[in-house]
Design a binder for this molecule. Structure first.
Ligand SMILES: *Cc1c(COP(=O)(O)O)cnc(C)c1O
Length: 368
């Protein structure tokens, strides 16, 4: 069986490094917001090319804290509208709701799975104050036009980068001209491109005022112990998880490159009329958190793959507006989003997938 994702194999090269980190954290006697978190925040900010990185408990909290930070700064207010793509993972939408803001769902483009920038403009109202951009499956959304629209309408641009670690920074020239939003949220859930051995998250930004509020908000709204400036939360990046992430971060670019090598092979060698391959022109940044194909008879293809020893997954089977949790939206219609959720299938892709396994997956798909 070719597993969809073998986390044990992904982490096994780090076994010795993890044990050394574990030992040093244990012996330090300092288990919350210690040197490993400080070091990771410095390392990740430098990796992302941002001035600040704030380690938090998970990716959802990273998003919620960004919104709460802007509310604290007076730049967002309860009831403001936030534009977000309708086909995102539900966390993006929950973060907006949990911050007392109003999500305005916008259709994606069928070809890119990312927000249709033409539709952003038509959905802007007098209450729109921010855009939450999701770089779905690891493919960068159209940041140039999004930033242009944001500038014209005075909107804050927040990025859900939970599936896109390293997507901005493939080459030095891309790094130089990368146009990023006001703040980015990352998740280090074990299955992400940079994954911990438990929950973890981070926020990156160049905004000094926002960073200052966030360092405090994640820690009870307190800068000095037992003195509270804000109604904060407890969402700190765990010291041990930070230590593990410090061990893994140096390999992130190489891991992403391995994903791209597999994606290139899938794109050039899968030849089957029943399968629609994802769009990638090789030049735009893509870190292939997921390799997502589309097909009309998905259940049939998924069964066929399983019969041939290949696990696949669906990201995601139900769009947010059709979820029970969001009953108020169940009658809304987003045809492109619904089509995506009805037809997508994710093939195995990860830094530990062997070229032999890729051969098998390609040949099985070509015989379908
Ligand atoms: C994983 C993910 C999140 C949430 O991250 P957690 O660490 O699980 O809270 C948010 N948005 C997207 C797009 C994700 O894929």
């Amino acid at each position: 069986m070719i597993p969809f994702l073998d986390l044990k194999l992904i982490n096994s090269p780090y076994e010795t490094a993890f044990q050394e980190k574990m030992k040093s954290v244990l012996e330090s006697g300092w288990y919350i917001l210690g040197n490993e978190v400080k070091e990771f925040e410095a390392n990740f900010a430098s990796y992302c090319g941002t001035q600040y990185c704030i380690g938090v408990g998970n990716g959802l909290d990273a998003l919620v804290l960004i919104f709460k930070g802007y509310i604290q700064l007076g730049l967002l207010q309860k009831g403001d509208e936030v534009i977000v793509s309708a086909n995102t993972y539900i966390a993006s939408i929950l973060a907006i709701l949990q911050s007392d803001l109003i999500p305005v769902l916008v259709e994606p483009k069928l070809e890119t799975f990312n927000i249709n920038t033409d539709l952003i403009v038509t959905n802007i109202s007098s209450k729109t104050k921010a855009i939450l951009v999701v770089h779905l499956y690891g493919k960068l959304a159209e940041m140039d036009s999004i930033n242009e629209i944001a500038e014209a309408h005075n909107l804050i641009v927040i990025e859900d980068a939970a599936q896109a670690h390293g997507a901005f920074f493939e080459t030095e020239s891309q790094k130089a001209k990368a146009k990023i939003g006001n703040a980015q949220a990352f998740s280090f859930y074990p299955g992400k491109n940079l994954g911990a051995l438990g929950d973890g998250g981070a926020i990156t930004t160049n905004d000094e005022a926002l960073a200052k509020v966030l360092f405090s908000l994640r820690n009870y709204g307190s800068e000095t112990k037992y003195y509270n400036d804000y109604v904060g939360v407890n969402s700190r990046l765990d010291e041990l998880q930070a230590a593990f992430l410090n061990a893994k971060l140096p390999n992130l670019d190489l891991d992403n490159e391995k994903r791209r090598v597999i994606a290139k092979r899938y794109l050039s060698e899968i030849k089957n009329e029943k399968i629609i391959l994802p769009q990638w022109d090789f030049s735009t940044s893509h870190v292939f958190h997921l390799f997502v194909i589309r097909t009309e008879k998905r259940a049939d293809l998924q069964n066929y793959l399983l019969e041939n020893g290949i696990q696949s997954m669906i990201h995601y089977p139900v769009p947010p507006h059709k979820q029970k949790a969001l009953k108020q939206w169940n009658n809304l219609s987003f045809p492109i989003t619904e089509k995506i959720h009805d037809t997508v299938l994710s093939l195995p892709i990860s830094p530990v997938l062997t070229s032999g396994e890729v051969d098998v997956i390609i040949s099985v798909l070509n015989k379908y």
